[in-house]
Design a protein around this ligand. Structure first.
Ligand code: PHE
Length: 342
């Protein structure tokens, strides 16, 4: 009786396992419970051993083991097969196509003013200048008085700026850094200072906030010839070797003599175009031999030392280098404009 039951159980379960497809693989666990579980078919049959005649027990016992092993093996084989299939399916789904073109990040660009500052620093550092910075919120003393522009001096009119109170203002020129550096440095020295400056001005070539680059050289035998040759090299490196330079007499309270410097228009090379307003030249900076009074105010012996100084308008330089028609574009933060600087 039991033997027959075991035979039937073995054949039906093995047949059932054989037919199970990958999609119905959960059924394997059900069969395991149905056969080997607490009330599973084989478990109950094993319990029935009690009623088997003692002389038949070894044979029935061996058969039970055989059936158990056969079903276990068959289940294990199927489970293994499905596991491999599952793994392959996963690998297939997670496959990375390395030939697919990458998604491009849109690239940023250096702002034209930062670009000019970088270029200027690069050129000047090679000439032996150190780069320094000064405060944008400055005292009346450093911005004006130490630069030989006393209170109520008419030349203050040209640099009307934004006052925080009677003594504190937004610096109208990077020249304010000259006095600060002369106070703390021992000559000889060569410095440049790029930075923001402020004035009460606003039109297509003036903005209330703009940028300058100040240069100062203090040494024993500094002359106008040194200033002119240094500026000529700087301009040619910045705008190209074929650039011509024009020096004009000018006036600044802190330099004596003073000059203004123009470069040939890099767009039309001096022929005349809309950028240079048909003059062929563009005004770019003020410069001169440091007024001995300015040296004395900041504690430098004007009998022993002389100096030259220059102050570039960086916005203008950026506009010239990139043919930008209106200074306001530099401050609009418009991606369409900045995109063109790539
Ligand atoms: N500070 C002057 C200006 O803003 C420029 C300048 C700098 C002139 C240094 C001479 C020497 O106009």
């Amino acid at each position: 009786m039991l033997i027959e039951e075991l035979d039937i159980l073995k054949n039906t379960v093995l047949g059932e396992i054989d037919l199970i497809q990958y999609s119905e693989r959960k059924k394997l666990a059900d069969i395991r419970v149905r056969v080997f579980g607490k009330n599973g078919t084989l478990t109950l049959i094993s319990k029935g051993m009690r009623d088997v005649e003692p002389q038949d027990r070894p044979r029935v016992g061996a058969l039970i083991n055989e059936v158990r092993n056969a079903i276990e093996n068959s289940l294990a084989m199927k489970e293994n097969q499905f596991k491999n299939q599952e793994l392959n399916e996963k690998l297939e789904n997670e496959k990375i196509d390395i030939t697919e073109p990458a998604k491009c990040q849109s690239k940023g660009a250096v702002h034209p003013i930062s670009d000019v500052i970088d270029k200027m620093i690069d050129i000047c550092v090679k000439m032996g200048f150190s780069v320094v910075e000064g405060p944008e919120v400055e005292s009346d003393y450093y911005n004006f008085e130490a630069m030989n522009i006393p209170k109520n001096h008419p030349s203050r009119d040209m640099q009307d700026t934004f006052f925080i109170n009677d003594n504190i203002l937004l610096r109208s020129q990077t020249s304010a850094v000259q006095a600060r550096e002369m106070e703390i440095r021992k000559p000889p020295f060569k410095i440049i200072c790029p930075g923001k400056t402020y004035r009460n001005d606003s039109d297509s070539t003036h903005s209330p906030i703009f940028h300058q680059l100040e240069g100062l050289v203090i040494d024993e035998n500094v002359s106008m010839a040194d200033l002119k040759s240094m500026l000529t090299i700087l301009m040619k490196r910045l705008f190209g070797e074929d650039t011509t330079i024009r020096f004009r007499p000018s006036f600044f309270p802190f330099t004596e003599p003073s000059i203004e410097v123009d470069v040939s228009c890099p767009t039309c090379h001096g022929k005349g175009c809309s950028l240079c307003k048909s003059t062929g030249m563009l005004e770019l900076l003020g410069a001169g031999i440091v007024n001995p009074k300015v040296l004395e105010i900041s504690g430098i012996d004007s009998k022993k030392y002389r100096g030259f100084a220059f102050g570039f308008g960086l916005d203008r330089t950026a506009m010239i280098l990139n043919s930008i028609g209106n200074i306001k574009y530099l401050y609009k933060n418009d991606i369409r404009f900045l995109d063109q600087m790539k």
